[in-house]
Design a protein around this ligand. Structure first.
Ligand SMILES: *[C@@H]1O[C@H](CO)[C@@H](O)[C@H](O)[C@H]1NC(C)=O
Ligand SMILES: *[C@@H]1O[C@H](CO)[C@@H](O)[C@H](O)[C@H]1NC(C)=O
Length: 222
């Protein structure tokens, strides 16, 4: 009888513990707790929920949910020949707590590259509008490349946290739009993080099984 009660008690504790750990296991934006929560700078005029501080709903206007100018291409004059214009909650305050954002990506013809990178908090749905892309992501365990040639009108998914890229192999400028499942997807560009972050060259030489000279060369570029 008392053994049964102990079992029950144990189960209840286990249940309580798993509930307590749930937030740690969640890898996506928490669900929104209200219709919207427009970001506001002035803490005296706001209520804190999640994400940024929220504007008083009575003072919210259509412009809090609006942005224009995305018909203009980004500046692709850079070594990789691509430009990501990310529209997150910093650009449209009305996106705060809604768990979604958007990017326009432009590529130069014949080799414009959105280099291997990943978004720690977002899955990406990519819509090719112009150009011809060699695009892919790397699945883990075991590492495996999942890639595809994309033409205008094609859609491809890059799952959250997976290293992915798009390379414009077409002879015209490339243009694409991406939806991302976080108001703040975050971005880690692999080459910049590895070679541009100040990791000691000995570590990189050993990790990549190359000599220090090559590592120093790569470090200078990032
Ligand atoms: C908020 O209110 C306090 C107290 O009235 C004031 O000192 C502070 O400057 C205000 N902050 C802003 C950002 O308006
Ligand atoms: C594009 O970026 C390059 C390199 O930063 C710069 O020299 C050029 O002026 C920019 N062009 C425009 C139109 O902003």
């Amino acid at each position: 009888m008392s053994g049964g009660r102990d079992d029950l008690c144990f189960l209840a504790m286990g249940f309580a513990l798993s509930l307590a750990l749930l937030p740690l296991l969640s890898a996506v934006d928490p669900g929104s707790l209200q219709d919207f929560c427009v970001a506001v700078e002035d803490p005296n005029n706001s209520v804190f929920v999640n994400g940024n501080l929220c504007k008083d709903p009575n003072r919210v206007t259509a412009d809090d949910f609006f942005l224009s100018g995305l018909d203009q291409p980004g500046n692709t004059s850079n070594p990789v020949g691509s430009k990501v214009t990310l529209i997150n909650a910093d650009r449209i305050p009305g996106l705060n707590t809604l768990g979604i954002s958007l990017a326009r990506v432009d590529y130069v013809p014949n080799g414009g590259l959105n280099p291997p990178h990943y978004h720690p908090r977002a899955t990406e749905v990519f819509l090719a509008l112009e150009g011809k892309f060699y695009a892919g992501f790397v699945a883990s365990n075991p590492d495996r490349l999942i890639s595809k040639i994309l033409n205008p009108g094609d859609v491809f998914v890059f799952p959250a946290g997976r290293i992915h890229f798009q390379y414009n192999i077409g002879s015209t400028a490339g243009r694409a739009v991406s939806g991302l499942s976080s108001q703040n997807p975050g971005i880690v560009v692999v080459a910049n993080s590895v070679f541009g972050s100040g990791i000691d060259p000995s570590v990189l030489a050993r990790a990549f099984q190359v000599d220090r000279e090559l590592v120093e060369q790569l470090r200078k570029k990032f």
